[in-house]
Structure formats: structure tokens, C-alpha cells
Design a protein around this ligand. Sequence first.
Ligand SMILES: [Zn+2]
Length: 323
Amino acid sequence: MLRKNIQTVLGLIPNEKLRFCHSHEHLFIAPGPSARVNPALRIDDLEKTMEELRMYKELGGQSVVDAQPVGCGRMAENLAVSSRKTGVHIIASTGFHKMVFYPEEHWVKKMDEDKLADIFIHELQKGMFTDGDYKRPEKAVPSKAGIIKTASDIEGITPEYAKLFKAAARASKSTGFPILSHTEMGTHALEQIELFAKEGVNPDRVIICHLDRDLSDTGYHRAVAETGVFMEYDTIGRFKYHSDMDEAKFILEMVEAGFENKILLGLDTTRERLLSYGGRIGLGYIKEKFIPLLLELGISQGVIEKFMIKNPSIALAKRSETI
Ligand SMILES: [Zn+2]
């Protein structure tokens, strides 16, 4: 019997069924504080997102991680409906985002570590809350989250963030689900990893996001990868940061340095980059545009399959052992 260890919004699936997977996207974000920070962070049209998912599936995409956590515009019901109707596996996030995305009196800011951990664990084991954007979450649906989102801002893990990181670590340890961690422009990754380790979370249960916003310091990327975390590279098709060729060459360097088993890819899409919302990139971009570039540089099909299939099937799977 196949091990069912990856928790999608429609239930646990065998690791082998995940297949081609983007490890960090935004399929839906409800109108609210996030969209007030950045209008591109409103992705709330069920039909349009399903159209995007259908295009992705036609190109061979099977799975997507939705990185929007509870209380921060996540649309749990839409995630379940769109997965059911399009056949694309969706892994939803519990956890928390940067404080800038929450109103001043939000429960994420006020609740203590134990209660936060309880909410995250509820979402992973019983079902996701649908009413947490403004008030303390109470109403849940049967669909569960399958990953714990964490985030630090440019000033690092301040006491306000430390409480949240510890609650996330506790949720990961007690459920076996992995952590997907936002870094602001790639900063403070080592600090995050150190905190997780201190709280008993093995680095191979942690996926570090956005380090590739800045490609200037290979040594820093290597130091982060050497801890054993997964490196989720998602600054693809984002030309205000760098070209795709620079990104591809950097990934080649990381492969040559021995980290091919640790790399995951995604687009970290927003409204203005999703084709179905009138944007310019679309979920098919990695398959259609970026993978050919990696092949051109000499990265083998087998290694690319690791980035898209094998590595996500390990990184996203539920496990019980901790350090
Ligand atoms: Zn994101």
C-alpha cells in the first residue's frame, strides 16, 4: 500500500501522487488588509483561478502549495472547490504571515503561544477555519491545511515574531507537518533555522522561501542549504530583481555545489502575474519557459524532476520523527 503522507485540501494522498508541484503560489487572497498593502494581493475570483489551474494542468502541472495562511485572506473553501473541480492537488497553509498584513488588534498579534499552536494544530488535524481574518477563528470546514507558514520581516525575529515561530514549531513537532518560511528579501534565514532547531524541529522539515530575491552571495545560500533545509526558489520571471538567465545560472551553481536534492521551485504568484487575471506570467511559466532554460544550461531532466517532483514529495510529506 502507498504511504499517504501529503495532506491536500481534499485529504491525504500518497507522496507518489503529488507529481509536478509548484511549492509556493497564491491561488486566492480575499479582499482585506493584504490587498490594502498591495492591490496585487487580491485574488478572489473562483472562475479565474480555476481557469489558471486548468491551464497549469494541461501543461502537466499536478500540484500547488497555496502559501496564504489562516487569518490572512486565505480562502479555504475556494481552495477545496477549485481542487475538486480541476483535479489539481492543493496543499493549504496554516500559520502566519508578516505582521504588516494584519490589522492592529488582530488575534495573531494578541494570542499567546499555546493558543496559537492549538489553532495551527486544529487546522492540520481537524479542519481549516474560514472566519479568522478579523475575529478569532471559530468556524471550520473539513478541509485541512498541510503545511505551516511562518514569516519574518527585515528586522528579523523580534519578540512579537518569536512567539509565533515557537507556536509554529510546536505545531510541526506535534503533527509531523513541515514549515514553509518566508524570508524578507532572503534575510534572517539562519536565525529562523536556529530557532526551529532550538525548538526541536529538524532543518529537513523546513522550507526556506525567497532566498533567491538576492543572488549576490552564493556563500550565504550554501550556508543556509548546508543546515539541511529545503531551498524554495521562486524569483522566476521577476525581472525587477534579475533575469531568468541569472536565476538559472545560480541554480546550476547550487546543483554543482551538491544541493540538487534540496531545491524546490515556485512562482510566488500575485494577481498581476496570473494570466487568468490579465497578468503576464501564469502558472505554466516554469514548465514552458524556465525549465527549457535550465536544460539549455545543461541541468539534466533527472535533476529537474527532482526540483519539481521528488524533492517536493519529500519536503511536503508528514513525518513523525523530530531531533
Ligand atoms: Zn508568497
